[in-house]
Design a protein around this ligand. Structure first.
Ligand SMILES: NC(=O)c1ccc[n+]([C@@H]2O[C@H](COP(=O)([O-])OP(=O)(O)OC[C@H]3O[C@@H](n4cnc5c(N)ncnc54)[C@H](OP(=O)(O)O)[C@@H]3O)[C@@H](O)[C@H]2O)c1
Length: 231
């Protein structure tokens, strides 16, 4: 990834704490669209000044197409898109509000569509692109109480695979990872630490994501890769 322009969404989130340093260690020049200052502060505390010099933070709401279009156009070139943004929701379908349903699709699926759409325009011009999206185990094995999240993450798989097919003659790949539970600060807070040895470490998932985003993964297209740890 040395010298590659990397659009890394969700780089300040829990998984981002593992992925951002991994991309920087491989020499990527990183743009992170951010939402809240809190996430930036937490990430900054974990990185050296030299690493921070290789990141550009741009305040962007990825649910807004105009903002996504500007973010990508201002980059001028996107070699690698790693889209981590997404979020969990749960509840029984008969009580789930339509508003929350829409929010889950917007956060998980619509953001994926928007960042892929606009990055692909530049990737097709330059004839190079690596796209890695984040689905979930729930996208292939939906369970009770997770209808909205599972449907949105199944959509992320379908979208990523369609993009992989559409762009196979343009040196552009698209693949997605399916994590189970990731060992993030939020999950530790919500579920305690008793079972963290079974969860996937952000650093470990970062290795998989960085491989899929690398030159070496040029022949992998449309993969939906389970990364379940010991669950
Ligand atoms: N955590 C798990 O156990 C788990 C399991 C399976 C799959 N996943 C998937 O893995 C991915 C990363 O999860 P995570 O735990 O790292 O989530 P997280 O800690 O909640 O981080 C989400 C990131 O997305 C950013 N974001 C949210 N809404 C945004 C918007 N509208 N525009 C721009 N940025 C926005 C957040 O930025 P701000 O903080 O600035 O809002 C944050 O950096 C998600 O797709 C999630 O569904 C997670």
């Amino acid at each position: 990834m040395k010298g590659k322009q990397v659009l890394l969404t969700g780089g300040t989130g829990g998984l981002g704490l593992g992925v951002t340093p991994a991309v920087l260690a491989r020499g990527g020049v990183v743009t992170i669209p951010y939402h809240s200052e809190t996430g930036i502060k937490r990430l900054q505390e974990t990185l050296s000044a030299a690493s921070l010099n290789c990141i550009r933070f741009v305040k962007t709401d990825l649910m807004d197409e105009k903002q996504v279009e500007k973010l990508v156009a201002d980059m001028g070139r996107v070699d690698v898109l790693i889209h981590l943004v997404g979020g969990f929701s749960m509840g029984p379908t008969h009580q789930f509000s339509f508003e929350d349903w829409g929010q889950s699709l917007a956060l998980n699926l619509n953001t994926t569509f928007l960042v892929c759409k606009h990055s692909l325009k530049l990737m097709r011009q330059s004839g190079y692109g690596r796209i890695v999206t984040v689905s979930s185990g729930a996208g292939v094995k939906p369970t009770a109480q997770l209808a909205a999240y599972s449907a949105a993450k199944a959509g992320v798989i379908a979208l990523t695979q369609a993009i992989a097919e559409e762009n196979k003659y343009f040196n552009i790949t698209a693949n997605t990872v399916l994590p189970s539970i990731i060992d993030t600060p939020s999950n530790r807070q919500a579920m305690g630490t008793d079972r963290i040895d079974k969860w996937v470490k952000p650093e470990s998932l970062a290795e998989v994501i960085c491989f899929l985003a690398s030159e070496g993964a040029r022949d992998i297209r449309g993969a939906a890769l389970p990364v379940y740890g010991n669950i």
